[in-house]
Structures are given as C-alpha cells and as structure tokens.
Design a protein around this ligand. Structure first.
Ligand code: P1T
Length: 379
C-alpha cells in the first residue's frame, strides 16, 4: 500500500460490531469479564483501548513500523524512551532541539543519573568522539526545532549500529509524508502528534513507532506501568487527522516555500532558515532524505533587532502568535521567550536562537493572504 492510501486505510479494519467505517470512540475504562481473565482482549483502558489500538495501528502503518504506541503528549513519549535506560547510561542528543525535550533531559532525567551530551550533528562524524561503553542512545531531531538544521539519519544510523547504540529520531517537523527514519536505519521514531499528525491544534498527544520486538515489549510495559496514555476521544481525533496528512503536508510545503522565498528577498530580514534553500548547509542531505522541505522556517531581522521582531509578531494577523506548530492555521513564535525559554541564553545563542529569531509554522491558508500578512507586519 502506498503512503497516501496508508494514511486513510493503514492498519484499519471496519468495526466488527456494526461495520462502522470510522472506529467508534470506546469511552470506557474497563471491560466485562465472564470469568477472571475471560475477556475479549481488553481488560483495562490504561493497558489497551480499541480506539487507541486503531490509532496505534495507523501510527505503525504510516512510519512503515511493526509497532505503534500512543501517549498523552510528545514529552510523555520521549519520557518512555528514556525510561528504557538505567542510571549511569549516557545519551548523545542534538544541541538544537525542542526546549521541552531539553528540559526533560536535564531537569528530570539527569537527577536519576543519566548523562546527556548536547552536540551539533550536522556532521555525523562529530558523534563518535562522545561514544563510550556507557552510551546507550542517540537522540536526533531533524529538521531541528527551531533552527531547521538537517541531520543525515543514514549516517548517524551507521555510527549507532557500529557501536550498538539505539537511535531515536523525533520526526515531528518532517512527518512520515516527508521522511521515514526507520527505513533509513533508526530504531525508534517519535512524534509530537499534537502537531502535523493531529493537524488541527485540538489535541496534545505523542507517538512512538518501531520494529524491534524486544524494545516494543519494553515500551508497552513502560506505557502501561507509567500510565501516560491518551484517551479515546483524542485517539479518534488524531486518527481522523492522519487521514488528510498527505494533502495537508503538500500544501504546507508549497506555502512554506513561498513564504521562505518572500522573506529571503525582504530588505528587513537578515537570515532565513529553511532547508529548501540551496545554500542551507545540509540542503543536499535534506534533498536526499526528505520528499520536500516542510512548512516550518525561522528568520531573524536585520541587526538582530529584538524590538523589531516583537513588533512583527504583534502585527501579524493571520499568523497567530502562539506556542505549537503543524496545524492547518499559520502560527508565529518567539523561541527565545516561548518554546525554547528553558534553554539557558548562552546555550541557545550558541546554536543561533538569538533574541530576534521568529519561527513560523506556515499553515494551509491561501498563499497570497499569508504573504500579504507578512508584508503588512514587516511594513
Ligand atoms: O508538546 P508535546 O506534544 O508534549 O511535544 C513535545 C515536542 C517534542 N518534539 C518536538 C520537535 C516538538 O516541537 C515538541 C513540542 N513543540 C512545541 C510545543 C513547539 O511549539 O515547538
């Protein structure tokens, strides 16, 4: 089955009770048993729920995975992956990543004796210097949030395999429409399904997809034991969102390109970070591992003018100033004070998250309206 069919039918069966085409919302915490253990495969909704199961099957299908797991948020999904580790283990992570992931790693898990190295991974060869016998996991975001750096998944996977280290890829910005990290050698794919998979800014959810039986068993255990699951209503909404992922992504990419090219030519703009530009440092890698360049981009104003940047986000009308991304509507964000405020200023400035940086999640509205909105705000 090809991707555009999988988004609609992947892993799905019509409901056995009445043939409902859409999976019903099984709004139940528990299931009747005829005798202890005599049930129809479902006993308690933290462990399993038929609506969540339908969604997890869809998650697996769109990432070409054997297993899919749904969590109450993207961070809950990441939390489950780190719980595969033990005190003393080490993780090598990209240094440009969602602020909340950085906060989870440094403020929650360092306390439990897990060590994190945050490094630039533009060149996969950088990673080997940080690998030792305690290294258990490499954590990659690509494209990164918010600098849109591109990391060569295949090259990192080669390093991970050579040293018998797990590779997890946060595929939130790209979505499986653009890139499928498991096919490139990653062991685990993670999503903030809050973003493009849900697609309508109405749900907070996380996803993990993988092929390895043993790791899947461990993650299912953690999902049930820690209990950070999502409810059936939210499962239904994300399942519905996934059905239009391919058409939404196509438009996100078209509009993203138009906005990036407009900003690039604007006299008040200094830098535009978008992997579709030929002078983007890893443009060729993006071209080879992604189908298109996505709907996310960041930019700075001339002279790194903080005041000017704040004025722009205040004046934008169609782009709503808000946390999050990946919904049908366009959003603007100021990473330094919003999504990446939990990263110390010196650390974030090293990777380019300066005070004038604005991040855009380009939605699927009419391209002309989006450009005109930016024109008036910049004017
Ligand atoms: O918000 P949540 O569903 O828990 O997902 C966390 C997360 C993980 N990974 C990436 C790449 C993300 O962008 C996020 C969430 N990001 C935002 C809320 C944001 O505005 O960047």
């Amino acid at each position: 089955m090809k991707f555009n069919t999988k988004t609609i039918h992947g892993g799905q069966k019509h409901d056995p009770a009445y043939g409902a085409v859409m999976p019903p919302i099984y709004q139940t915490s528990t299931y009747a048993q005829s005798t202890p253990g005599g049930h129809k495969g479902f006993e308690y909704s933290r462990t399993h729920n038929p609506t969540r199961k339908a969604l997890e099957n869809a998650f697996a299908s769109i990432e070409n995975a054997k297993y899919g797991l749904a969590f109450g948020s993207g961070l809950a999904a990441i939390d489950a992956v780190i719980k595969l580790l033990s005190p003393g283990d080490e993780v090598i992570s990209t240094n440009d990543l969602y602020g909340g992931t950085y906060r989870l790693f440094t403020k929650v898990f360092e306390k439990f004796g897990i060590k994190f190295h945050f490094i630039g991974m533009d060149n996969a060869a950088n990673i080997e210097a940080y690998i030792n016998e305690k290294t258990k996991l490499i954590w990659v975001e690509t494209p990164t949030n918010p600098m849109l750096n591109i990391i060569d998944i295949k090259a990192v996977a080669n390093v991970a395999q050579k040293h018998d280290v797990l590779l997890a890829v946060d595929n939130t910005f790209a979505t499986p429409y653009l890139q499928q990290p498991l096919d490139l050698g990653a062991d685990i794919v993670m999503h903030s399904a809050t973003k493009y998979l849900g697609g309508h800014s109405d749900v907070v959810m996380g996803a993990l997809m993988l092929n390895n039986d043993d790791i899947a068993k461990k993650l299912h255990f953690i999902q049930n034991a820690s209990g950070a699951i999502c409810g059936p209503q939210d499962s239904f909404l994300v399942l519905r969102g996934i059905k239009t992922l391919h058409v939404r992504m196509q438009r996100h990419c078209e509009n993203g390109k138009a906005v990036a090219e407009f900003l690039m030519k604007h006299p008040k703009i200094e830098n535009v970070y978008w992997p579709g530009f030929e002078n983007h440092p890893n443009h060729e890698v993006a071209r080879s591992q992604m189908k298109d360049f996505g709907g996310m981009l960041s930019f700075t104003t001339k002279g790194n003018d903080y005041e000017a940047s704040i004025k722009i986000v205040e004046k934008l009308k169609i782009f709503t100033l808000a946390e999050s991304l990946g919904g049908v509507e366009s959003l603007s964000g100021h990473p330094a004070s919003m999504t990446h405020a939990s990263i110390p200023k010196e650390e974030r400035e090293k990777i380019g998250v300066v005070d004038s940086l604005i991040r855009l999640s380009v939605g699927i509205e009419d391209e002309d309206d989006l450009i005109n909105d930016l024109k008036q705000a910049l004017g």
